[in-house]
Design a protein around this ligand. Sequence first.
Ligand code: IPM
Ligand code: MN
Length: 357
Amino acid sequence: MKFDIAVLDGDGIGPEICAAAIDVLNKIGQKYQHIFNFKHYDIGGAAIDKFGEPLPESTVKGCLESDSVLLGAVGGYKWDNLPGDKRPEKGLLGIRKAMGLYSNIRPAKLWKSLAGASPLKPKLVENGVDIIIVRELTGGIYFGKREHGTKDGEEYAEDTETYSVKEIERIAAIALELASKRSKRLVSVDKANVLETSRLWRRTVHAYAAENYPDITVEDVLVDNMAMQLVKNPAQFDVVVTSNMFGDILSDEAAQITGSIGMLASSSLGDGKRGLYEPIHGSAPDIAGKDICNPLATVLAASMMLRDSFGLTDESKEIENAVQKMLDKGYRTADIYEEGAIKVGCRKAAELICGEI
Ligand code: IPM
Ligand code: MN
């Protein structure tokens, strides 16, 4: 089969990790006789430098014409002082919105060979951690009305959160479907003791579940309690659904619990099969261009793309297995290095994965 993949390298280590994922995809293509066509488009700081804006029209068009999108990372010190709508991050938010990617799946899984990397006590993670955070991605405070001005001689700023029943239902549907294939338990995170949007969220999730997934147990957890429970007993969680901002915060926490933010990938999907796949981590400008970053999250994001956008389950599994084998042989990039391991750079890591395919 033939697939057109739009590659948004972005900033910092973005180009390095995307190159690694492309190498692995090409190797899979050779083995299974698929052709992956890669077209690169600018986003984030790189786009600001070239076009004066973080998300040029050509990038949006390229993504909408592709079969799926692979993204490295955006942002860096160089663009930190630009106004809000000119920042690199705006490019990422913009492409999510333009492609209608309301569903962000962020699995936080402890890789067995990396259990020692978790910052939690061994007894808290000995039974593994395997959480899927389903984050609403195109609504809430990220996309609400913003204001910044002066009132009565004083400077003020305002961000607002809005959610409609339809927006809540469609993300609940994704999470419930996932839960139905796993533990049949869903945790919904909100702040219903304070926020009106959260009360609507809670009511809507329960009503939708009762009508469409009566066999799934839905439990509500307040976001502050969730932050605590995640470090107290992460093994209690399976599928978790939450709003855009809470999902942003909790997914970093869950990722760190696995000890290897450099290993975690995420998918963003809308109603169709075209998605955007990216590592959970950022652009790490401090180590960019040195060939020392960890490409595994991006390689695993590519594997998610094969499975969830292209339906290539075997090919996807083969990439995961190759990553596992390379870790089992003791190869580690600097971020997950432990004594006794063999330290490798980004390019070498990609080469080793290709060698296992
Ligand atoms: C993420 C990032 C983005 C977000 C930023 C870069 C806009 O933190 O994907 O989690 O807040 O969604
Ligand atoms: Mn984030």
